[in-house]
Design a protein around this ligand. Structure first.
Ligand code: PTJ
Length: 249
C-alpha cells in the first residue's frame, strides 16, 4: 500500500487524494485497472467544471435525497471506484435513507465482490448485498447482468454511480427509477437517468446525505414536489454549458 502524505494546502489536494485512493483500491484488489482510466476521464470533466458542485448538481442532489426517502426499496450500487473513493460516505447515505448497499461490478469476479463487501463492513456497513447474484438484468451479457434478486433485482429506486452506459440503460429499461452520479453529462448513463447528478462522487454523496438529513420528517407531498420540480434536461444542459465554459454551441 502506498503511503504518500498530501499537504492540504496543495492547490490540487482533492484531485491528488482521489487518485491516491483509487491507486490504493487497485492495490487492495477492490478497484479494477480500468477504474484508473475511468478516474482520469472523470478528473478531466471535473477540471472543466471548476472542481465544484454547480447549482444544478446541488438541485439534483436534493432531488435524489427526496427520491431515495420516497422509495419503498432503495438500493445503492457500489463498484470498485465507488468503494475506493467513498466507502464510509456510502454507508452513511444508506443509513440516512434506509437503503440497501449492493456490490455490483462491471468487471465482476467473486474475489473483488468479497473484497468490496468486507471493505464496506470495515467502514461500518451491517449488511451488504451482491454475493448471492440470483437475479439477472435482461439484455446484458452474463457476468455484468448478475444482481441479487432481493437487492437491485427488486429495487424501485437505484443509485448507480460511475456506471457504464449499457448497464445504466438496461437498469432504466427494467423500469427502475435511476439516480446516476457521473461527471460527464453526455454519457449514456447520465442521459438515461431520471436524476443525473453531474458532480464528483466525493462531493456528491456527502451532499445527498446532508439533504436527506435536512428533509427528514418532510411530508410525502413535499418530497414528491421536490422530485417533480427537478428538471433533468435543464440540469444536463447547465452542466454541459459549464463544461464548455459559456453558451451552448
Ligand atoms: O468496478 P467495476 O468493475 O464495476 O468497474 C467500474 C468502472 C468505472 C471501471 C466501469 O464502470 C467503467 O468502465 O466505467 P466507464 O464507462 O469508464 O464510466 C465511468 C464514468 O464515471 C465516466 O463517464 C467518468 O466520467 C465518470 N467518473 C469517473 N470518476 C468519477 C466519475 N464521475 C463522478 N465522480 C468521479 N470521481
Amino acid at each position: 500500500m502506498s503511503d504518500i502524505e498530501i499537504p492540504e494546502s496543495h492547490p490540487r489536494y482533492l484531485s491528488l487524494l482521489t487518485r491516491h485512493r483509487i491507486e490504493e483500491g487497485v492495490e487492495k484488489g477492490i478497484t479494477s485497472k480500468q477504474g484508473l482510466i475511468a478516474e482520469g476521464r472523470g478528473e478531466a470533466f471535473d477540471y472543466l467544471l471548476g472542481e465544484e458542485t454547480i447549482p444544478s448538481a446541488d438541485a439534483a442532489e436534493r432531488a435524489a435525497a427526496a427520491q431515495l426517502l420516497l422509495a419503498e426499496h432503495p438500493v445503492l450500487s457500489v463498484n470498485g471506484n465507488v468503494a475506493a473513493l467513498v466507502p464510509g460516505e456510502m454507508v452513511e447515505l444508506a443509513e440516512a435513507v434506509g437503503a440497501d448497499l449492493e456490490v455490483n461490478l462491471f468487471n465482476r469476479t467473486d474475489e473483488r465482490i468479497d473484497a468490496i463487501v468486507s471493505h464496506l463492513r470495515d467502514h461500518g456497513a451491517d449488511a451488504v448485498k451482491g454475493q448471492t447474484a440470483d437475479g439477472r438484468i435482461p439484455n446484458l451479457d452474463h457476468e455484468r447482468a448478475k444482481v441479487d434478486a432481493d437487492g437491485i433485482g427488486s429495487a424501485d429506486v437505484v443509485l448507480v454511480p460511475l456506471e457504464d452506459g449499457d448497464r445504466a440503460e438496461a437498469l432504466a429499461a427494467m423500469g427502475k427509477v435511476e439516480i446516476v452520479v457521473d461527471l460527464n453529462p453526455m454519457s449514456r448513463s447520465a442521459q438515461s437517468a431520471a436524476i443525473p447528478i453531474i458532480d464528483n462522487i466525493v462531493r456528491a454523496i456527502p451532499n445527498v446525505t446532508e439533504h436527506a438529513r435536512e428533509l427528514e420528517g418532510t411530508s410525502r407531498e413535499e418530497l414528491e414536489a421536490i422530485v417533480e420540480d427537478f428538471d433533468r434536461e435543464a440540469a444536463l444542459a447547465e452542466a454541459e454549458k459549464a463544461i464548455r465554459g459559456g453558451e451552448l454551441a
